[in-house]
Design a binder for this molecule. Structure first.
Ligand SMILES: [Zn+2]
Length: 88
């Protein structure tokens, strides 16, 4: 799952085929097909959740105590399926 973090407003949001924009309008992105996505903005950080680990964490959600960990990662600046577009 591809997501974007805006370092200006701290909004984190997942992408869809329709363009999504952070709360301060500085960061935006969208899927261009099933796998590939584009994003832009001066304060943007591309993020990924490992889908299988997220699903496992949801399945194993504890009733109390510590939360169940899952894998999230910062996507490299050069990524063939998540492409930074320099606008403006
Ligand atoms: Zn923002």
């Amino acid at each position: 799952m591809k997501l974007l973090l805006c370092k200006k407003c701290n909004h984190i949001f997942s992408l869809a085929s329709q363009e999504r924009i952070c709360e301060c309008n500085a960061t935006k992105g969208r899927y261009i097909d099933e796998i590939n996505a584009v994003y832009s903005g001066e304060f943007v950080v591309p993020l990924g959740f490992t889908n299988t680990s997220l699903l496992n964490a949801i399945k194993n959600q504890p009733q109390t105590g510590l939360g169940e960990l899952f894998t999230a990662f910062v996507i490299p600046k050069d990524c063939s399926t998540f492409i930074y577009e320099k606008n403006d």
